[in-house]
Design a protein around this ligand. Sequence first.
Ligand SMILES: [Zn+2]
Length: 75
Amino acid sequence: MTTPGRPVLLDWRAAIHFRRDAPCVLCGNPTPLRSHDGEAAHEVCAEAWNAAHPGKTRFVSDAQPRKRTSGGDHA
Ligand SMILES: [Zn+2]
């Protein structure tokens, strides 16, 4: 569940997000960042777009390998 009006911060630290500078599709200023679909966009611009378009998945964050279960029953 996403709360309307509360922007979800994107995590675009993976190397796949960095190319040469291109105009941001949202604000027009150059950025080396790319979305997962290859669209040039600043993280803040993408976050603002997401906030303005709840439910859409145009810009998504990197998957976080943070789920670590300690001592699971998976022997
Ligand atoms: Zn931008």
